[in-house]
Design a protein around this ligand. Structure first.
Ligand code: AMP
Ligand code: MG
Length: 439
């Protein structure tokens, strides 16, 4: 099976290395409000504005004490009380304890906090309940334990999600410096396509790839730019490619197979493309094309950054093929262009379920336990449903979904991952540990 085409690993490594080189070019940044920063990429490292935590903090409700005194389990005099928000108290007198709430500053001299559940209070005295002991440092987070003032908490290139937003908020960063989002041109091709809001004539279908790719590009950190659909016609494709030049990455769908009206590759060649590969030993998605177009100098300067070339992917038009090849190759490339440190794709382990899922056709009984067939010489990626909420200590369980060809959007929409069938596997048996590709 086409031994001259790269296999999945080889093609992925080639794309990753290529995009890592592009990602070293300068890319402008902009400032965004913290509330709008989710999904963006830090352009500067995030630093602690003061020690984190800013004071020695109690992690429990209880009594601040000296561990060696409390461990004798004799009553200690209560010298005061602190609640969260109180300023740090003075020093803890010898032989005394200090009532303290979670989040309050621990008084100087105290080195542990007895939990309220482990202590006995009698009037203004408290002791550790026998036979308990307490160690130095228990239930206290020391000042600066997470970071000292000025220290880097997150490097540039970190993806910003809720946790990073919380950390930025804790450090007083109401505005963040983030990279501009790479603009991703989306060019769908095909005489049969009509826009979503049109009624298709006999033989026509609605353009679902454009809408799907907009969502996928956004999730991968890009700014989608949908071009008008190009007809399967040399002139139309030439004009569309010229228009797409004003972007950082070009995604084309359709027209890359071997058919009479698959005219995308010749159009790319006319536009001066350098092809890095024109097929990969995967299924679906074998006709995937990856390469670069020369970029007009003026446009390169006007567009964000210093990219002198426009990388492109020619994704096969079938929706599942487009989705799989985007996830495997275009999303990591886009993540690199967006300067994300983590560029995917994301694989995980799962256990192959014994039966097909509950999403089979209504009225068709579930199939018997069976093996999944491999495609010799091809790595396969099958839409599958994985249950992640299983018993502790057990792998998630994955079930390939019944599918009617690579255009089966219903199967794609019911899936939450892809089952990976390695190219050397003849079959995968029920119960086997398998890899899944996560969206
Ligand atoms: P192609 O890669 O052009 O040979 O197309 C393969 C299959 O995908 C054909 O059945 C096309 O009609 C379908 N297809 C191509 N582009 C799209 C699109 N943008 N949306 C939905 N289906 C598409
Ligand atoms: Mg076509």
């Amino acid at each position: 099976m086409s031994p001259d085409l790269p296999g999945y690993d080889e093609a992925a490594a080639l794309v990753a290395a290529y995009c890592a080189r592009l990602a070293r070019l300068r890319l402008p940044s902009e400032r965004v409000d913290l509330s709008l920063a989710a999904g963006r990429v830090l352009a500067q490292s995030l630093r602690a504005d003061r020690d984190q935590p800013p004071f020695a903090r109690s992690t429990r409700d209880g009594y601040a004490c000296r561990a060696h005194e409390a461990s004798k389990r004799k009553f200690l005099r209560l010298a005061g009380a602190s609640r969260a928000g109180d300023p740090p108290a003075g020093a803890l007198p010898k032989g005394a304890a200090w009532e303290i709430m979670t989040g309050a500053p621990v008084p100087a001299g105290a080195d542990a906090v007895m939990m309220i559940e482990h202590a006995e209070q009698a009037g203004a005295k408290v002791r550790l309940l026998p036979p308990r002991k307490i160690e130095e440092g228990e239930n206290i987070v020391a000042q600066g334990a997470q970071a000292l003032e000025g220290e880097e908490l997150l490097p540039a290139g970190s993806s910003i999600q809720s946790a990073q937003i919380a950390l930025a908020a804790a450090c007083g960063h109401a505005v963040l410096e983030v990279f501009v989002r790479p603009r991703v041109a989306i060019l769908t091709t095909g005489d049969e396509l009509v826009p979503v809001e049109f009624s298709p004539a006999p033989g026509q279908i609605r353009n679902s790839n454009a809408s799907m790719l907009v969502a996928m590009v956004q999730a991968a950190g890009g700014e989608p730019w949908v071009l008008p659909t190009a007809a399967d016609d040399a002139g139309a494709l030439d004009a569309a490619l010229a228009q797409a030049a004003d972007s950082s990455l070009l995604l084309i769908t359709g027209g890359v197979s071997a058919g009479k009206f698959d005219l995308v590759e010749p159009a790319l060649a006319r536009a001066g493309a350098r092809f890095h590969f024109t097929g990969v030993r995967i299924q679906p998605g074998k006709p995937l094309v990856f390469g670069e177009l020369p970029r007009d100098r003026q446009l390169a300067r006007k567009a964000r950054g210093e990219q002198r070339v426009l990388p492109f992917f020619g994704l096969p038009g079938n929706p599942i093929s487009s989705a799989v090849t985007f996830l495997l190759f275009a999303a990591p490339a886009l993540a690199a262009l967006a300067r994300r440190l983590e560029c995917g794709p994301r694989f995980a382990l799962a256990r192959l379920a014994a039966k097909t899922g509950k999403h089979g056709k209504p009225g068709v009984p579930p199939q018997r336990p069976r093996a999944v067939a491999g495609g010799p010489g091809l790595t396969r990626f099958l839409p599958a449903s994985c249950t992640f909420g299983g018993a502790a200590g057990r792998l998630p369980e994955v079930t390939p979904l019944p599918m009617h060809g690579s255009g089966d959007l219903a199967a794609l929409a019911r899936s939450n991952c892809f089952l990976v069938v390695p190219e050397e596997a003849h079959t995968l048996d029920a119960g086997a540990t398998v890899r899944i590709l996560l969206p």
